[in-house]
Design a binder for this molecule. Structure first.
Ligand code: SAH
Ligand code: SF4
Length: 348
């Protein structure tokens, strides 16, 4: 606006139209003079994501597949409140957003890494996942005045901390009072364990929550399913997380997907409990979501329950989560994988 010799309040009007009213295009910004609106339209795309597909219903978990300007596909998942999870209240909705197209870390059980890494998302592409869902909500509930999304989990496709700079730029917008207005404590960043970036995140001023994808409590078990453990073994990872804990108290959750015969044996309980206690962390146990083309399985329910009980007996705050999105492929990367397979089949 300054470059156009426009008063500063014009910028506020654009931000309010974008982030508070969730307008769908420049035509919604009636308060701007038409000439200015046309000029803006020539220089700035209002939104670059288009909805390629969605799954789920309005009051359960909904999954969105977005097509970006270059044709690449990413996904976001909207999860209704689940009070026990990341500190959210009961009228809350959590959006799970992606940070990369594909993933370079190749965890053996994960659909996102299967086709390798394609590119980082731009800050705008991360922010737009939130805006696009808010717009959709507005179009479904025209009289609603409130924002839908109060919590963010950075747990979609990709390794967020590998796209550190763009992620921080996006979170600055999503956190700002003039932007998404989502408190830092309502934002959880999940990582497979990038040690240097965990330390960087500890040293920046925001109080983000950190979710560590542990999935194994000994190096033997973890290295088998997560190649990154060879680069940053558990001792180093726990050290970095302990540093995070000293800077942001009580902000760490350990994610532990239960996979039959891999990490669901009682011998993982004591080492897992030790890590959780050192980090003052809660443990989320999540039965594995099977992925097409992979042979890993979730344990039988009584095996999961036993693992959970043993952890509780060790004095760890642990929850056994029933994977909400199981029926709609909610685990990261799965919707995209399926859509890409179908597109490939249609073209061949
Ligand atoms: N790359 C980051 C964030 C994205 S993955 C990370 O790994 O933490 C988000 C979470 O989903 C991780 O804990 C990941 O291990 C888990 N996940 C991946 N595939 C899964 C599956 N098939 N079933 C259940 N959880 C899965
Ligand atoms: Fe990447 Fe996370 Fe999937 Fe591992 S679990 S391949 S780090 S998205």
């Amino acid at each position: 606006m300054a470059a156009q010799n426009q008063p500063a309040f014009r910028a506020d009007q654009v931000l309010a139209g974008l982030h508070t009213r969730h307008e769908a295009g420049w035509e919604g910004l009636r308060e701007l003079p038409a000439v200015l609106r046309d000029l803006m339209r020539q220089h700035f795309a209002f939104s670059t994501l288009s909805l390629a597909r969605q799954q789920g219903s309005q009051d359960s978990t909904r999954k969105f597949l977005w097509r970006m300007a270059d044709g690449a596909l990413i996904e976001s998942v909207l999860i209704p409140a689940s009070p026990a999870l990341y500190g959210e209240g009961s009228d809350r909705h959590t959006l799970c957003v992606s940070t990369q197209v594909g993933c370079a870390y190749g965890c053996r059980f994960c659909a996102s890494g299967l086709e390798g890494w394609k590119r980082h998302l731009e800050p705008s592409e991360i922010v737009e996942q939130v805006l696009a869902v808010e717009r959709l909500h507005r179009s479904e509930h025209p009289r609603s005045e409130r924002r839908l999304i109060n919590n963010l989990v950075i747990m979609g496709m990709g390794e967020p901390l590998a796209n550190y700079v763009n992620l921080m730029a996006a979170l600055e917008v999503l956190n700002a009072a003039w932007g998404g207005n989502i408190g830092a404590r309502k934002i959880t960043i999940s990582t497979s364990g990038l040690v240097p970036q965990i330390r960087m995140l500890a040293d920046q001023p925001w109080q983000f929550r950190l979710a560590l994808s542990l999935h194994g409590a000994t190096d033997v078990v973890r290295s088998r399913i997560m190649p990154i453990n060879r680069k940053y073994p558990l001792a180093e990872l726990v050290e970095a997380a302990a540093y995070y804990q000293t800077r942001k108290k009580g902000m760490i959750t350990l994610e532990y997907i239960l996979m039959a015969g891999v990490n669901d044996m009682p011998d993982q309980v004591a080492p897992l409990a030790r890590i959780a206690q050192r980090l003052r962390a809660k443990v989320n146990l999540i039965p594995y979501n099977t992925v097409e083309g992979l042979t890993w399985q979730r344990p039988a329910p009584d095996i999961s329950r036993r693992f959970h009980q043993l952890l509780l007996k060790e004095g760890v705050a642990a929850t056994l989560r029933h994977e909400k999105g199981h029926d709609i492929d909610a685990a990261c990367g799965q919707l995209r994988l399926r859509a890409e397979k179908e597109i490939a089949a249609a073209l061949s």
